[in-house]
Design a protein. Structure first.
Ligand code: GAL
Length: 384
């Protein structure tokens, strides 16, 4: 590896799947790269433009190589990568550990080293690696290790995004595979239930991710508003409210998930842009130590809880969540965070969404939070 810091913090970027599924092409990718720069997403830290499933021909070429679909990508993948790179961005692609990808295109099974070389020759910087059509007798753990090894020896720095949906106790072996990401969940869809269920499913897994190996709760649906071309992902669901998208972004940020945008960034509205580019929220996600947050349960732990993440500057990031359907009082006793009020220790609290400094608190912080809403705070520990 040339870049010894590759993947040290969760990657940020955009992925084609949530909105476009099979309907991808060169124009879309180029326009998305343009929009990433023009909208300010790049300046906010987003850098990867990733093509998901459905980019290749249904058959490999004469020498067993993967071939980009010439109708979708008439100038080949290298040209797409070059364009993305010319914008100062990085380029990502997709394959699968089985014989076929989930949508039925050729997978990399038994072609791992050849495909890694192909991706390197095209200028790929990021590979998402799915888990469909894996021969039943094959061990998934070994297949992820195999592709990781291939990528680490292909002559180019390629970030490895393992996507086995949390199967095979992935958190127990993924560190040793060399992957920088591990998908821990099934697919997100553009609904509040989906956001809520995915986040809750990882509450007891936050300790398993850290620098260079991040728990990937799946891509963001922020700003989709039901705008997928796939009925299941969102076409029929109608999407979420802006408050729900903001809570989704807050959860993913404090849980150290990659921030991979799934909406059509060429057509983002102002609220979506403001949500996705909030520097205070992104700073929580990108903290160099990547410490997983711990949970302080509220009175209904399945819906009301706080997440506390120790930051490298000594401060705390605190997310207070009401995933329930009724307004709730969320109470955060400082005893539960190791803060001894009797010794005069307190927290100076700034709200990361309103950017207001709320002053200094001792013993506890409490907030009344609307359904599906949250508070995301940065708290400086002060001795009074
Ligand atoms: C799923 C994966 C999705 C998407 C899709 C493509 O297995 O979890 O994120 O990549 O395959 O077919």
């Amino acid at each position: 590896m040339q870049n010894k810091y590759l993947g040290i913090t969760p990657p940020m970027g955009w992925n084609s799947w949530n909105t476009f599924t099979h309907a991808i092409n060169e124009e879309l990718i180029k326009e998305t790269a343009d929009a990433m720069v023009a909208s300010g997403l790049k300046d906010a830290g987003y850098e990867y433009v990733v093509i998901d499933d459905c980019w290749s021909l249904r058959q490999r070429g004469q020498n067993g190589e993967l071939v980009a679909d010439p109708e979708k990508f008439p100038h080949g993948m290298k040209a797409v990568a070059d364009y993305v790179h010319s914008k100062g961005l990085k380029f990502g692609m997709y394959s699968c550990d089985g014989t076929h990808t989930c949508a039925g295109y050729p997978g990399s099974f038994e072609h791992e080293f050849q495909d890694a070389a192909t991706f390197a020759s095209w200028g790929v910087d990021y590979l998402k690696y799915d888990n469909c059509y894996k021969p039943a007798h094959m061990d998934g753990e070994m297949l992820y290790k195999r592709m990781s090894l291939a990528l680490r020896n292909c002559g180019r720095d390629i970030l490895f995004s393992a996507c086995n949906w949390g199967h095979d106790d992935v958190w127990s072996w993924i560190q040793g595979s060399g992957a920088q990401l591990f998908r821990s969940t099934g697919d997100i869809v553009d609904s509040w239930e989906s956001i809520k269920n995915l986040a809750l499913s990882q509450m007891n897994k936050t300790a398993y991710s850290g620098p260079f190996c991040h728990n990937d709760i799946d891509m963001l649906v922020v700003g989709m508003y039901g705008g997928s071309n796939d009925e299941y992902i969102g076409g029929k669901l109608g999407g979420c409210t802006d408050v729900e998208y903001r809570t989704h972004f807050s959860l993913w940020a404090i849980m150290n998930s990659p921030l991979m945008i799934g909406c059509d960034i060429r057509k983002m509205n102002q609220v979506t842009k403001e949500t996705l580019t909030n520097p205070d929220v992104i700073a929580i996600n990108q903290d160099i130590e990547c410490r997983g947050p711990y949970v302080v349960p509220g009175h209904d732990p399945a819906a009301i809880f706080s997440l506390v993440k120790p930051m490298s500057d000594g401060s705390l990031a605190i997310g207070m969540f009401n995933l329930g359907d009724k307004k709730a009082q969320v109470n955060l006793p400082f005893w539960d965070m190791g803060i001894p009020a009797a010794a005069g220790v307190g927290l100076e609290i700034t709200d990361c969404w309103s950017h207001e400094n709320e002053g200094r608190f001792t013993e506890r912080y409490a907030a009344s939070i609307e359904p599906h809403d949250c508070k995301l705070l940065r708290a400086k520990v002060s001795l009074g």
